[in-house]
Design a protein around this ligand. Sequence first.
Ligand SMILES: Cc1cc2nc3c(=O)[nH]c(=O)nc-3n(C[C@H](O)[C@H](O)[C@H](O)COP(=O)(O)OP(=O)(O)OC[C@H]3O[C@@H](n4cnc5c(N)ncnc54)[C@H](O)[C@@H]3O)c2cc1C
Length: 372
Amino acid sequence: MMIYADVLVIGGGPAGLSSAITTAEKGAEVVLVERDDTLGGQLVKQTHMFFGSKNEFAGSRGINIAENLRKKVNENDNIKVFLNSTAQGYYDDGIVGISHHERFKKIKAKKVIVATGASEKMLPFPNNDLPGVYGAGAVQTLMNVYGIVPGENVLMIGAGNIGLIVSYQLLQAGVNLVGIVEADSEIGGYLVHASKIRRAGVPIYTEHTIQEAKGKSNVEKAVICELNDNWEEIPGTEKELEVDTICLAVGLKPISDILIQADCEMAYAPQLGGDVAVRDENLQTTIEEIYVAGDSAGIEEATAAMLEGELAGLSALMDLGISKKISKKQRRKTKENLASLRRGPVGRKIREGLKITKEGNDAGKNRYTHIR
Ligand SMILES: Cc1cc2nc3c(=O)[nH]c(=O)nc-3n(C[C@H](O)[C@H](O)[C@H](O)COP(=O)(O)OP(=O)(O)OC[C@H]3O[C@@H](n4cnc5c(N)ncnc54)[C@H](O)[C@@H]3O)c2cc1C
């Protein structure tokens, strides 16, 4: 059976929900597919007060933002939601195949918005496959969605915002946080979070890395060591820490599989987390029918993801000829909001990455020989 729609949104995080709401509110028939059993993406585990833009939800909790977006989606009859549904591929005839409750369904939409988010990066070190080594997102899901602590004595790797927030949540849950290890000479996350952790007596080891995990059937110890200016391990500085859990918060990378498989031109933008689709200022990729928004287009924040979702939705509406005049006006405003969010020294890295996604580069272009 074929399902038809004006717009197909792949991914039900803040970017995808925002796209679905924007397009459906103007009368488009929308199908939203989400591989998880609930809508909200990363927001469903974010119990902390939001950082990010003051104008866009700062001070709200991610779980509450997700609830608001979910309510708007559920109340809109123009949006058909498929949960537990993974988009598997985009084919030459513009059909997207999804697996839904172990069955394969086909969706033919005039426009497709990819908002598949990001996955966690791993670190190579001996025994990194022992039970007890987790990604920070997994720890957050265990604690904040299922109410389970990952272990008793935890070592956090990475002092960016995610590492610091999850560290603080571990402390709140009564876990013994043995320390935070950071390769850089400076803490990457907001200092207000780092100060709270230091006040609780937790050491933050900058210019350090994890050398190996030790244990027979699960993590029993972690060996850390100092790094020199070239991020090389300094022999003789090793320290053994008694831990049962090692939590990795070493960055995220965009989930680009569908875009690569659809043959969108890719670019390598380390500032945005890796390989991202080349797209224009309206978030349209090099395949005319496909737009990309949120972390799948480059790692940023939920506020930016929501604005990008809206922008992709407005661009799809305009290209479909729906509410063209209103959409054009609204699109200008959304672009201004995004630009203001990315202004100043904090947004410099993102601005550099976005320049690459507009121009493209050979590093991304040549990596994928076609698999479709
Ligand atoms: C620990 C942590 C704390 C954070 N704190 C903040 C904060 O305080 N403030 C802030 O602004 N940002 C914060 N962020 C960042 C923010 O959560 C993300 O930038 C935001 O969620 C990105 O939204 P998105 O919709 O692009 O992706 P996601 O939220 O990742 O959603 C993508 C969705 O797509 C689905 N999906 C993926 N592939 C498929 C497929 N093939 N088919 C169907 N569905 C698919 C996924 O299941 C997921 O639900 C935090 C992130 C983390 C990890």
